[in-house]
Design a protein around this ligand. Structure first.
Ligand code: SAH
Length: 273
């Protein structure tokens, strides 16, 4: 049994802030779940932690207790105003999609640890906004829809393996660390949630990769995921006059990430040369 939510402890109505749907506000309210997530993050004193969407502070409070200071990015003006009253928090009142994480890392003088119970309506755009900053990031811990986390960590051959898997797996090592049921939030979302840990690979490993080109290839490949690739990627390669050592008698969902990378590298070289 989960402990019952009391108005003086939960983050919702009792705190006289009404959750705003348009900001994807679902506040964590289950102390056991919060504790599990914070232990998964393992914040340490002095670390350059940045939280996206602190809301009423369900994660913020236990994290800053351990880290001493914390930068928070909050779009909701009322919530940002509350957070600003606290000396240990540096508040960036902004849409996270406009935040320059390179500048934050510059200020911190070291790679960032980014965390957050993300607004689910823009979780994929947030992941892609952060992608070009991966070299400035130590790790990321995010609460997302479980269905999205499943797609992020999926292996080739599984039904969840797709564009999102490939576009993130080339850059991050990822792992789903906690499953979270709707009842852990106030108000509860309609979907199951999960926390994912994302650790960027060393930047040098893929320094020469043309990411937009990889994106194009993967989009074409998965445009008809049940078809043989000769019908989709095969055409794409033909149109560009590219000869690749790449087995087109496969479905997109069977192709490992490094095969897509090799193709993007080849296509990039031909384009450049
Ligand atoms: N971390 C809190 C709140 C999560 S709800 C908790 O776990 O209880 C999502 C939070 O993201 C809300 O505080 C919401 O106001 C904020 N938010 C929504 N859209 C945002 C955006 N584009 N940029 C920054 N914060 C945003």
């Amino acid at each position: 049994m989960r402990p019952e939510r009391r108005p003086d402890r939960g983050a919702g109505a009792g705190d006289n802030h009404r959750a705003r749907k348009r900001f994807g506000q679902h506040f964590l309210a289950d102390p056991g779940v919060i504790d599990e997530i914070v232990r998964g993050i393992d914040p340490r004193p002095g670390q350059p932690l940045v939280e996206i969407g602190p809301g009423l502070g369900a994660l913020t409070n236990p994290v800053v207790q351990r880290s001493g200071q914390l930068t928070v990015i909050e779009l909701d003006r009322d919530l940002a105003a509350r957070l600003r009253k606290r000396a240990e928090l540096a508040v960036v009142e902004s849409d996270v999609l406009n935040v320059d994480f390179a500048a934050l890392a510059e200020q911190a003088g070291k790679p960032l640890r980014v965390i957050g119970n993300l607004p689910y309506n823009i979780s994929t755009p947030i992941l892609f906004h952060l992608l070009p900053f991966a070299a400035r990031v130590e790790d990321q811990h995010f609460m997302l829809q479980k269905e999205v986390v499943d797609r992020m960590v999926a292996s080739p051959g599984s039904k969840d393996y797709g564009r999102l898997s490939v576009m993130l797996q080339w850059r991050y090592e990822m792992e789903s660390i906690v499953d979270v049921p709707p009842e852990a939030f106030d108000p509860p979302p309609k979907v199951e949630s999960a926390v994912v840990r994302m650790v960027p690979y060393p930047a040098a490993a893929q320094a020469d990769l043309n990411v937009p080109l990889l994106g194009e290839i993967v989009t074409v490949a998965f445009s008809q995921r049940r078809k043989m690739l000769r019908n989709t990627l095969g055409r794409w390669l033909e149109e560009r006059g590219l000869q690749a050592d790449f087995d087109l008698q496969r479905r997109a969902e069977e192709v490992p990430v490094d095969h897509y990378l090799a193709l993007a590298r080849l296509a990039g070289e031909c384009k450049a040369g």
